[in-house]
Design a protein around this ligand. Structure first.
Ligand SMILES: Nc1ncnc2c1ncn2[C@@H]1O[C@H](COP(=O)(O)OP(=O)(O)OP(=O)(O)O)[C@@H](O)[C@H]1O
Ligand SMILES: [Mg+2]
Length: 381
């Protein structure tokens, strides 16, 4: 072999060896990918585990509570380690054996789920509800401001009140006003959300809401749409109904649990007092029922004055004759009239609102109200 031939041979061997090491490398990468995909495939094959809560532990067995509220007596697997009541665990779907503990603390932050605020609403911004305001001041404000007075006299004030009346009559407004005047924390809960959004958690939420109120006392717990939680039920059949009932029972237990002078007051609100379960308005619970009516003539004028207070009004405006045209409108609708009147002025490039704007606005809001009333009649009959 001459030197030329040798050098050709060398280069062939070299290129062969590099290509073989490339193939090896490719082979390795492919094997890795296959393994990864196999693992991924295995993950897809595993049945999901159920998240549940441990209620009681008896050695290697335990009672767990499933999200739907059912409870089971099950085994605890060896690998799981020690479980305690209150732990959140994963259980097999078929036999519910506890397989793994997960580090979720049971205490979730209730403040993320309810509205907590210190409202600034003065009594002056509530129009035409003098009697109702006085009653709320007596049963909510006075005990929060002067508990010693009640101790001296030897009576216990109500723990809560129920405001009932048509939509837009000022129930939420009143609750905020009393929170504001007593400088209380205002915790707003919408009962229908409590039962719909937090399925299986309703009772726990109620408990945490009252704990939060005690922590932030003086506090007012405002439960809007109370009828969603506290409606009369003839028979409790579906698991959804059982769940609502459990949440309701927890609410009653919490109301019964705190003392009348505990610096926490409950205000319920509803448009449907007729369907409320009497249990919630029994003595010692929300036993003061305050009707918030649709405003009559004088009340309408007062509300109108409140909502036109900051408006740039033309000289031709006669509020009392306007208010007499707004029969059957709620406070919210009177406010809507003011806003609409403002829009009519804006559309005509004016900054002063004139009588005609109000007339058009009243017409518009009245028509809307009529249409709504018709819908309501069609729905309920
Ligand atoms: N009596 C009133 N005085 C002054 N403003 C009122 C009055 N009633 C209602 N309003 C106005 O209407 C708005 C809506 O009222 P609010 O939310 O308090 O009604 P509500 O009774 O809670 O209605 P819903 O039953 O629909 O919850 C208030 O923010 C306020 O601006
Ligand atoms: Mg309201």
């Amino acid at each position: 072999m001459d030197t030329k031939e040798k050098s050709i041979l060398d280069s062939v061997i070299y290129s062969y060896s590099t290509s073989s090491s490339q193939t090896n490398e490719e082979n390795r990468i492919l094997k890795e990918t296959v393994n990864k995909l196999k693992e991924e495939l295995d993950r897809f094959k595993v049945a999901p585990l159920m998240v549940c809560e441990v209620r009681n532990v008896f050695g290697k067995e335990a009672i767990i509570r499933l999200p739907n509220g059912n409870q089971f007596y099950v085994n605890v697997s060896q690998e799981c380690g020690k479980v305690r009541s209150g732990d959140v665990v994963l259980a097999d779907q078929k036999n519910l054996t506890i397989i793994k503990k997960i580090p979720i603390t049971r205490k979730f932050d209730i403040e993320n789920f309810v509205i907590v605020e210190k409202p600034k609403v003065s009594w002056e911004s509530v129009g035409g509800l003098d009697m109702q305001v006085r009653e709320i001041q007596e049963v909510v404000e006075l005990p929060l401001k002067k508990p010693e007075l009640f101790e001296k006299v030897g009576i216990t004030p109500p723990k809560g009140i129920l405001l009932y009346g048509k939509p837009g009559t000022g129930k939420t407004l009143l609750a905020k006003a009393v929170a504001s005047s007593t400088n209380s924390t205002f915790i707003q809960v919408v009962a229908s959300e409590l039962v719909q959004k937090f399925i299986g958690e309703g009772a726990k939420m109620v408990k945490e809401i009252f704990e939060l109120a005690r922590r932030k006392a003086p506090a007012i717990i405002f439960i809007d749409e109370l009828d969603a939680l506290a409606a009369k039920r003839i028979e409790i059949g579906t698991s959804g109904e059982r769940e609502v009932n459990r949440t309701f029972m927890q609410l009653l237990a919490e109301i019964d649990g705190f003392k009348p002078l505990d610096n926490v007051k409950v205000i319920g609100a509803t448009n449907r007092k007729d369907i409320l379960d009497p249990a919630v308005i029994r003595p010692g619970r929300l036993d003061r029922l305050i009707h918030i009516p649709i405003p009559k003539s004088e009340a309408r004028l007062e509300i109108l004055k409140i909502h036109t207070g900051h408006m740039n009004l033309g000289k031709d405006i006669d509020l009392s004759s306007l208010s007499s045209m707004m029969e059957d409108l709620s406070g919210a609708e009177i406010k809507a009239v003011c806003t609409e009147a403002g829009y009519f002025a804006i559309r005509e490039n004016r900054t002063k609102v004139i009588n005609n704007d109000f007339l058009k606005a009243i017409d518009k809001v009245m028509k809307e109200e009529e249409a709504e009333g018709q819908d309501y009649m069609n729905m309920f009959g």
